[in-house]
Design a protein around this ligand. Sequence first.
Ligand SMILES: Cc1cc2nc3c(=O)[nH]c(=O)nc-3n(C[C@H](O)[C@H](O)[C@H](O)COP(=O)(O)OP(=O)(O)OC[C@H]3O[C@@H](n4cnc5c(N)ncnc54)[C@H](O)[C@@H]3O)c2cc1C
Length: 598
Amino acid sequence: MPTYNPPLRDMQFVMHEVLKVVDDLKQIPKHADMDADTITAVLEEGGKFASEVIFPLNISGDAEACTLDPVTHAVTTPKGFKEAYKTYIEGGWAALGCDPEYGGQGLPFVVNSMFYEMLNSANQAWTMYPGLTHGAYAALEAHGTPEQKATYLHKMTSGEWTGTMCLTEPHCGTDLGLMRTKAEPQADGTYKITGNKIFISAGEHDMSDNIIHLVLARLPDAPPGIKGVSLFIVPKFNVNKDGSLGARNGIYCGGLEHKMGIKANATAQIVLDEAVGTLVGLPNKGMNGMFVMMNAARLGVGNQSLGLTEVAFQNALAYAKDRLQMRSLSGTKAKDKPADPIIVHPDVRKMLLTAKAYAEGGRALQGFCSMLLEKEHYHPDEKVRAESAEMLALLTPIVKAFLTDNGHISTNACMQVFGGHGFIKEWGMEQFVRDNRINMIYEGTNTIQSLDLLGRKVLGNNGATLKKFGKLVGQLVEEEGVNEKMAEFITPIAILGDQMTKFTTEIGFKGFQNADEVGAAAVDYLRVAGHLVFGYFWARMAQVALREISTGNTDPFYLAKLQTARFYFSKLFPETATLMRTARAGSKVLMDTDAALA
Ligand SMILES: Cc1cc2nc3c(=O)[nH]c(=O)nc-3n(C[C@H](O)[C@H](O)[C@H](O)COP(=O)(O)OP(=O)(O)OC[C@H]3O[C@@H](n4cnc5c(N)ncnc54)[C@H](O)[C@@H]3O)c2cc1C
């Protein structure tokens, strides 16, 4: 059976020693009194909830999955899920990052993000029920009318009502402009919505009193394509004027998908049969509201893979120290035992360190992005708000795609550490691989994230935001350029930073002549950009570790951090050279290959 220990020490390192989040939070009036002790105390309790309440339900939830009653359309979640959700609400966890105006605790996003990393490690399928609510909350907070906010946000904050996002239809996933679900205006200002949605996560379940579906649909006079899509609130139970629950709405679960992973999360086929909805935002501008939800969800999906990378690493490490097979190539290490523990073998170490480096690098990036989100929303200086929003927009596709691809690499590597036992269910490792797989697909596939990064976020503004990230790298290079001990961390990012400018211009130029060049390079490009970002954070983490060691701090944590940084720069970061080469190989070899695909 797998185990899970919340990585609280590393979270503190990221927040307080590397990012110095409290200094930044003090610039924001609503967090002026925030201190490290409060954050630590909340995360300690959050870690207990994750490891003691929902982690024990991970394997059983996977085995049992959800069931649908075809007559009542009710979905039953696996044993213990409902009770765990009750404990979650009673503990006030649903309200952690929500606005006090709606009954929230108003804690910084970075705390909520670290808390969610632990939930994702413990049980991704369970975590998606409350997780989706945060995205729906954010969309309504940004685009809802005062009446809609008053009706829904308190109950979503308390966790009594959960949320969903209903975009996908059988014939359209990536291309939402093809959407067919219809919304007919009614005399009372509401809409009757009819259509079929599929793949709706947490689309029906027994954990909350009501489910607030955010649904995309088309008005009768809507222009074709994505410019004719509007956003609606469609509650499972209609809500009376006094806030009490009214009649059952015409939205129900018509079927549950049988799938590879996250089996305990209900992936619902949703039927809308003249369901009553209210418009969010302006007609035909539904994507504005939905993008708020999608951006929150993209950061959330990166966090899902971060959580799985961490828990897979912890279990693989414990196994590698315990499992005895063969002797070390460089001579026996455990003389008192019939064989050495497999951790002595170089390739086993490589697999473990890969997962460790991706987990710790991912945590630093998530922490940084959570602070950008905080500043975007609440910093008193308008310029800081705008700059934070811009940087977050650049980094969001990297968080989504790079962390989930790394999660795939890491969970597979950690399963491999177990040999054949990794393939056997009882160890729990194959579930981490299966659960992670969807993270590369939903919320816009990783290919779509790459196109968003290269096409919109980089070439779309002539690389201006990327240059701003380059400035952060440049500052670090300047700060540490003369420090010999930092050279092994600084030189690679300085070189890649320079190469990136030329690389981007080259693809941009080729893309200008033939747009397929952008499509052919995008996935490789995102991975290179991901390493530039990770390289920057690994250099900053190494900087802190080196400083501590040089002042005589003997805490083994810092030596471990330094070693992991060295591993990252020696064994993972260099793939950027190959990626730039394959990106440069261009589109012709792909688009001229009709004969090969025949
Ligand atoms: C378990 C699960 C949960 C989900 N949860 C939700 C949810 O809660 N709400 C919701 O609305 N949806 C949800 N989805 C749907 C999910 O977001 C979509 O499956 C995803 O966006 C891809 O759409 P698709 O499956 O239609 O694939 P398609 O859009 O048909 O894509 C097929 C392939 O073509 C590629 N492709 C498509 N267009 C391009 C392009 N322009 N350039 C390059 N490649 C391209 C894609 O990357 C992909 O590899 C969920 C899906 C699953 C499986």
